[in-house]
Design a protein around this ligand. Sequence first.
Ligand SMILES: Nc1nc2c(ncn2[C@@H]2O[C@H](COP(=O)(O)OP(=O)(O)OP(=O)(O)O)[C@@H](O)[C@H]2O)c(=O)[nH]1
Length: 385
Amino acid sequence: MDVLTLTYVNVFIACTFTILLALQYKAERQLRYQRYFILAAIFMLLNALISAFSFTTHAVPYWLSPALSNTSSVGAHLALACGIHRHLQLPGKRQWLLLAIVPLYLAQLSDFAAATIANRMLLAIPPVIMLNLWSIRMLSRHRDTELGPVYLAFIGVFAFNIIQFILRSAYMLAEHYQLVQTHYSALIHSVGYFSLTAFAILVFGCVIMLSHSQQRLALLHISERDALTGLLNRRSLSPRLLAELNRTERNHTTLSILMFDIDYFKQVNDTFGHRAGDKAIQHVVDIASQQLRDYDLLFRYGGEEFLICLPDTSEDTVLLIANRLKNAIEANPLTAGQLIQMTVSIGVSSTHQFTEPDTLIEQADTALYQAKQSGRNAVVSFHQL
Ligand SMILES: Nc1nc2c(ncn2[C@@H]2O[C@H](COP(=O)(O)OP(=O)(O)OP(=O)(O)O)[C@@H](O)[C@H]2O)c(=O)[nH]1
């Protein structure tokens, strides 16, 4: 493919991605970082348009090509880095960083830059490499998050860009300073345009993948969580419990579950109102969360009924935890406005081998029923019945 055709392809690609990202942002305005990626696509479009213009028109002014086209190329990488910075919600005023393109453009207009292509490369390529390295650094620090695979794809694309820039500019400089006697600059030029095409497709592919993955995770989060407390809901209980039961059998440990229910909660609603009742539920959840380890799972099982899954916890330990939780709730009434004193009844069950999730839940539920029957504000273990 000749350079002119590649330039038209670049115009088409940059134009398509600009429109696509703008439409996506219009539909999902909470993805604020998308604005920086749209800006990056606009810079790429500007660069491609200037290149196409300079190939078809003679006597293009210097301020347009190469000065403005080089600056827009750096601007695209700057906007990409700012987009990543915004997406990761890192602190700092990235908007001001975009103003760096003004001195970059002025530098391209200087006599030093006008003198040779090598000087212009020296002014444009190191900033691009530094911006790509900065993007890689930000993304690699968040590799262990749920979006890690998408960040890895971004890192690969930036690494590709750095390598192709270094190889191409090393050859061009070697040829310019006559360190090599070959004359492949026309070929290297075509490779440069092709790399630009490949980079645009890959990087904006990653941008689209990023927003899709983020939306999918947000939906998953909503479907798994309870709106009032933010806890895992009943729908997510079976698969999570199943995974923990399998792990328990593999590791030859004991898994315990603890089911608790707020006593006489109807009276709380009837006395203080439904809104106060909601606050009381949140208050109990806060106390329960403080009692747990990072890998324990707390579910909202029903209205004022909760379930805690405690991996690697023996029957004796779960009884200690249950009593500690019961005492903490009794000792910490809700004091927002009125004083709302609450107690809970707790049923526990444990297993050291694979058991159907429903069986374990039923056992804890039976124990909870017994705790209620015994007068409430009590802990009962299924295995002691
Ligand atoms: N405010 C509020 N109330 C809720 C919510 N979910 C369930 N409830 C109320 O919780 C109360 C549960 O009442 P019951 O099942 O009779 O149980 P109880 O009054 O706690 O009595 P025992 O469990 O037998 O001690 C009902 O009045 C529900 O309306 C909620 O999200 N917010």
